[in-house]
Design a protein around this ligand. Sequence first.
Ligand SMILES: [Zn+2]
Length: 466
Amino acid sequence: MLKIYNTLTRKIEVFKPQNPPLVTIYTCGPTVYDHAHIGHWFNYVRMDLLIRALRANQYKPKWVINITDVGHLTSDQDEGEDKIQKKANNEHKSAWQIARYYEKEFLSSWKELNILDPSLIVRATEHINDQIELILKLQKKGFTYKIENDGIYYDTSKFKDYSKFARLDIDQQQPGKRVEFNPLKRNPSDFSLWKFSPKDQHRDMEWDSPFGKGFPGWHIECSAMSMKYLGDTLDFHTGGIDHIPIHHTNEIAQSQAITKKPLANYWMHSNHVTINNQKISKSLGNGITLDQLTKLAYDPMEIRLHILESHYQNQSKFSLDSLDSAKRRYQDLRAMSVLRYQLKNNHQSFNFKNIIRQLKSYLLDNLNTPKVLAYLSQVTDQILESAISKNQEHEFNWFLSELDQLLGLKLTTIPDIDDNLKKLLNERQRARQLKDFSKSDKIREQLKENKIIIEDRANGYLWRWE
Ligand SMILES: [Zn+2]
């Protein structure tokens, strides 16, 4: 049984899929005009955890994520310039080059963080006709109007429940401050479905349509692609919390105006991440990237572990100090993992089935990853204290692979040491038995140079990777 906080009802609910074991999930993906920053990765790792929790509950997730490679303007409310075209102009490249470059980078960081492969990754530019068809349907139902030399807009006053999802106070809603408000819109919250190509500027991405040459607005792609691949009503729609008042509200307005059915039964949102008490954002220039962090010698798994340390509903703080503590935590997990290469003749016995059951129950309880990790640390300490008995080899390997399924921390990939180093370990042990401590200390140093740390115990020793 999976419990999850549903933004739709603002309550923690027991999840019930429409057609079990299938579970459909749509996640709003990146706008590929710049590097993804650590705030984005908090979001996607948390979505990955949702998929892992669903799997742990015997469901079969079908997970679709989109790539916004056209149509996202400077403000989410469709004012300003096209982010991708703007970047292309600045760098003397085409919008297509920019979009493909950052998409590739995004997907490679995705892999590095061991986020599960989605069932489908879909690009907005490859679904232009699907988007045009939806706009035509909205037009037919009377939800649209045209602004000359600008585009086709959605009239939000025609959609009765427009403010319901975000609990918006429409009267309080102010036009965007950063960029000039378009006075030709009927309501400040109206948004573009189709933008006409500007007459005085070159655009790399544009298409013919029944409305005129141009490109789709940002929000319509998600309605079109989620409907196409996952049907009228999703089990889950997920994304960052900042999508609630505009992007997700607009997706609901578009989809539900056509289908008259809920766009999703459950909405999961990942809360903001802050650095020095500021929200991470491109405009603030504090968006550290995965690449920058790996250059500072952080392993992507340490970063992933750090993300799991906070709950998705809470605002989390990112700092290198907290990343360092995740690093130490990951060291312990790696030390636990290599115990499978150094089984002992002891009689200590762990109930690994129970431990996994307990970890799953915390994960399924509204993705309580802080609790998962607190319990796992306790267990890790006990295991490191007593090591693993030869009798439990099979169970221990099972435990590690279950842990990897559940948390994606790649513990089963931590390698054994090679034969030369094993020889050194034996030599050191012999030297110690002969009380030749200067030799054993020398070998310890040699091992340290190879990033191996030895811990002597009453009945032998254990090694771990540094
Ligand atoms: Zn979306």
